[in-house]
Design a protein around this ligand. Structure first.
Ligand SMILES: [Zn+2]
Length: 213
């Protein structure tokens, strides 16, 4: 099973490892820093042994990387894995911005229900089952989120169950939430955020989270 170093250290951008197996253009690795879509967070972009990764897919605890064209890699071969750091760092910051907003939503509107979430490079979105205009609480949510971000709290990300690969993030005194994504080490790294409302349908409200820079 691939060892997922993006959890141990989400700031690694380059890694020397080995190919474990190849089937056509699909390969598996011994270690990885290359996140594969899960928990709503999009996959990283990057290369393995200078071959572009066109898809990263979580299969149970394994991650299968699909490379483009003829890659010529063989099992046991040493390779360098590189990720697009600009993209990943935005994903990490937006992911955590969404975590803070979600936590504050639950506290502000206790009967609200999350029905979906997605973190992309340009924005994060959270969908809620909710009758009414959710933007009524935005000024309060935005100012609470700002104060958590400005306080620059440490964000602990760790295993709750290493065998099952179950993880959580925690800001002491604020929240502890189950999540297997990648998060920054300090809340201040998120920076200034903006919230926008989208109404995707009856009884459903969408909150979009943007980084101001
Ligand atoms: Zn998370």
């Amino acid at each position: 099973m691939v060892k997922k170093l993006f959890w141990q250290n989400p700031y690694l951008t380059e890694l020397q490892t080995r190919v474990v197996d190849t089937i056509g253009n699909d390969i598996t690795l011994e270690h990885t820093i290359f996140y594969a879509f899960s928990g709503g967070q999009e996959s990283d972009h990057g290369t393995i042994g200078n071959n572009r990764v066109i898809k990263a897919c979580k299969e149970g605890k394994e991650i299968v990387y699909t490379l483009d064209d003829e890659h010529c890699l063989r099992p046991g071969e040493p390779v360098v894995v590189r990720i697009d750091w600009e993209r990943r760092y935005r994903l990490m910051r937006l992911h955590f911005a969404a975590e803070i907003v979600l936590e504050l939503m639950y506290r502000t509107l206790p009967s609200i229900e999350k029905v979906g979430a997605h973190i992309a490079q340009d924005k994060a979105r959270i969908d809620f089952k909710w009758d009414g205009n959710i933007s009524a609480v935005f000024p309060f949510i935005a100012s609470e989120a700002d104060s958590i971000i400005e306080a620059d709290h440490e964000i602990v990300s760790a295993f709750s169950d290493e065998e099952k690969e179950e993880r959580f993030w925690e800001i002491k005194g604020f929240a502890r939430v189950a999540c297997g994504g990648t998060h920054p080490g300090k809340a201040g790294e998120v920076g200034k955020i903006d919230l926008k409302r989208k109404n995707p349908g009856k009884g459903k409200e969408r909150v979009e989270v943007y980084l101001r820079e």
